[in-house]
Design a protein around this ligand. Structure first.
Ligand SMILES: NC(=O)c1ccc[n+]([C@@H]2O[C@H](COP(=O)([O-])OP(=O)(O)OC[C@H]3O[C@@H](n4cnc5c(N)ncnc54)[C@H](OP(=O)(O)O)[C@@H]3O)[C@@H](O)[C@H]2O)c1
Length: 305
């Protein structure tokens, strides 16, 4: 990675990383803490959270590491997490919305939403929207939403996002939630870019983690078939280690080039225009309206305008 593209000194900044107890989130949290950031590991298991804090708090790690409970599948948990963070931190410089699940069998969240939509997107929507005052209080707050490569994205099912009526397709549900991640970042840039907020989405490439461990052989074949077989895409699909995948996220989270491309989609250490697969020009605002309507059933008017 070209050194000038990432910030090496993050002392004095606060970064919240969701899904930080394993996989890409854990590697990302470690890399940010090594550069001196105070990293808040947001995760759903208190005991593993304490262990991760202890493991990352080594003498070589310059930054402070702490834990905050967050179950992104629960809108109440996301709202409470944002409120606790706001009480204890005057400003938040960075949120990495990383927690996620992929192509799981149909299930509903505690609030009744399709589980991938809730876990991968709606919980992050509540967390980030409620953290906006803290993000805007930072000199140059940044939001990074972790998404996936364009061929895996799927359109938002505007009239049936929770598969209440249509047949459930686990890959469409995953691709929809990841389109929502792309659109959320784009919408934040549209709304707050002029106030100095940076927001990008990032596709980390194919990293060998637990994400697809539950997939059957046929499902893996199907996933691979979504990606065109040209040389460029094959290069992109080369399996990466979790540390290599996290490098992509850290680049988007700290790099100046990513900041200059605010609103865009990062992949392979570059910012690209928003993939058409995620939706058209009006989709960010349409998604915000849909999300506000959905989460209002749980947190009422708890997401500010
Ligand atoms: N790996 C890839 O090739 C790849 C490619 C494209 C995009 N991504 C995206 O990268 C992100 C990280 O994935 P990964 O590969 O690191 O997968 P992973 O190893 O399975 O890690 C997923 C993380 O998300 C957390 N998580 C899941 N559900 C949660 C919930 N309800 N509340 C809070 N945390 C929750 C997990 O926490 P627990 O430990 O508590 O389960 C874990 O820390 C995901 O958003 C994924 O879609 C990954």
């Amino acid at each position: 990675m070209q050194a000038q593209q990432i910030a090496e000194d993050l002392r004095g900044t606060v970064a919240v990383v969701t899904g930080a107890l394993r996989g890409l989130g854990r590697e990302t949290a470690g890399a940010l803490a090594a550069r001196g950031a105070h990293v808040v590991l947001a995760g759903r298991d208190q005991r593993r959270g304490a262990e991760a804090v202890a493991e990352l708090s080594t003498p070589e790690v310059a930054g402070e590491v702490s834990f905050e409970h967050l179950d992104t599948a629960s809108m109440r948990s996301a709202a409470d997490c944002a409120d606790r963070l706001t009480r204890r931190l005057p400003a938040v410089d960075l949120v990495v919305a990383n927690a996620g699940i992929m192509a799981v069998p149909f299930a509903r969240s505690v609030d009744g939403f399709e589980l991938q939509l809730a876990t991968n997107y709606l919980g992050h929507f509540v967390l980030i929207e409620r953290l906006l005052p803290a993000l805007l209080a930072a000199p140059r707050g940044r939001v990074v939403t972790v998404t996936t490569s364009a061929p895996v994205l799927r359109p938002i099912r505007w009239n049936d996002p929770n598969f209440d009526e249509g047949d459930y397709d686990p890959f469409h549900a995953y691709g929809q939630s990841k389109s929502a991640a792309v659109l959320h970042a784009a919408g934040l840039h549209q709304r707050f870019g002029e106030d100095g907020l940076v927001a990008v989405s990032v596709a980390p490439g194919v990293a060998v983690t637990d994400l697809g461990k539950h997939l059957t052989r046929d499902q893996i074949k199907h996933l691979m078939s979504l990606v065109p077989r040209d040389r460029e895409q094959r290069r992109r699909m080369r399996p990466r280690t979790p540390a290599e995948g996290a490098e992509q996220i850290v680049w988007a989270a700290t790099g100046e080039a990513a900041a200059e491309g605010s609103g865009g989609f990062c992949e392979d250490l570059a910012v690209h225009p928003r993939p058409a697969e995620a939706g058209g020009p009006d989709s960010p605002e349409q998604l915000r309206e849909l999300s506000r309507r959905l989460v209002a059933t749980v947190v009422g008017e708890g997401v500010p305008d």
